[in-house]
Ligand binder design. Structure first.
Ligand code: C2E
Ligand code: MG
Ligand code: MG
Ligand code: MG
Length: 285
């Protein structure tokens, strides 16, 4: 009895493993095809100044217009893209699309709207990153000061010396660097302070689950190191009020807006300014 059960369990187990492997191969293949057919595109979520309630920039978030599944979110393809190395061409497309979009908004009279692009570990350590960014900026005539990269700390930790070299190169170009998902588990404020970064993004889970006192401590420590602080995943007015009270500068989250398509950005800018989109970003940009 036990033996047949075991055998059955084994067969079930191996079939499931086989399916998972097959699924992954299919996914890898369709990501590859998707890249060549330009099925990936960017949505944009505003970063809002908590004091003025104005948009100060956007984070570019990748989406996949899958031929049969419809719109697919990053959680379903970024991990596979990372393990297979497809994140390299995909990440290059993201940087390219962001710069091209910034040029289009600029040509439409919206000024240079700051955009942050997510960069994953493989990309960061590929030694193409700086070249790719420089090429995209040049191709679309985008000033480096309006491009930002978001990195998670774990990727920087792999080889701190090389990481610091790349970070310094990016900064020398004039690109803003954010540490993403701070407080999500793999980051520590202590080691973070060794790196040349400009901004700390506090993870959604941290904002939603930590006490006000802990969030206050993180914000004040970050500020003592001259880092700008962005709160991710702000969903309620209570959270907004709390963060504003703690002098957090910038917030991002569904409370303000979901990520939107590039076409929806001008309307969103209008909605937040109530006036001319050109006045939103101020003279700095
Ligand atoms: P992330 O960089 O931390 O981006 C924030 C994620 O939180 C986004 O999920 C966003 O849609 C979501 N979000 C924003 N506000 C709220 C909120 O108020 N509540 C909740 N529950 N969620 C909120 P998304 O778009 O699914 O992206 C997931 C992750 O995928 C990103 O996390 C980023 O790590 C990665 N990713 C996205 N685009 C790219 C890309 O172009 N390249 C790379 N390497 N990674 C990317
Ligand atoms: Mg991010
Ligand atoms: Mg994040
Ligand atoms: Mg996150």
């Amino acid at each position: 009895q036990a033996k047949t059960e075991q055998k059955g369990a084994y067969r079930f187990f191996s079939a499931r493993l086989g399916n998972e492997l097959a699924d992954r191969l299919t996914l890898e293949q369709s990501i590859r095809v998707g890249i060549s057919r330009h099925e990936f595109f960017l949505n944009y979520q505003p970063k809002v100044d908590l004091q003025t309630e104005k948009i100060v920039g956007f984070e570019a978030l990748m989406r996949w217009r899958h031929p049969s599944k419809g719109i697919v979110l990053p959680g379903e393809f970024i991990p596979v893209a990372e393990t297979t190395g497809l994140i390299l061409p995909l990440g290059r497309q993201a940087i390219e699309m962001a710069c091209s979009q910034m040029q289009r908004w600029h040509q439409a009279g919206l000024g240079w709207i700051p955009v942050a692009v997510n960069v994953s570990a493989r990309q960061f350590n590929s030694d193409h990153l700086v070249k790719d960014i420089l090429a995209a900026l040049a191709k679309y005539g985008v000033p480096s000061s309006v491009l930002e990269v978001e990195l998670t700390e774990s990727l920087v930790m792999d080889d701190p010396v090389i990481a610091e070299t790349i970070l310094l190169e990016l900064r020398a170009i004039g690109i803003k660097i954010s540490i993403d998902d701070f407080g999500a588990g793999h980051s520590s404020l202590a080691s973070l302070m060794h790196y040349s970064v400009d901004c700390l993004k506090i993870d959604r889970a941290f904002i939603q689950n930590s006490s006000t006192e802990i969030i206050r401590a993180v914000i004040s420590l970050a500020k003592s190191f001259d880092l700008q602080v962005v709160a991710e995943g702000v969903e309620t007015s209570t959270q907004r009020d709390m963060l504003k009270g703690l002098s957090c500068e910038i917030a991002q989250g569904y409370f303000y807006s979901m990520p939107v398509t590039a076409e929806e950005v001008p309307d969103l800018l209008l909605k937040f300014s109530g006036t001319n989109p050109l006045e939103i970003l101020g003279d700095d940009y």
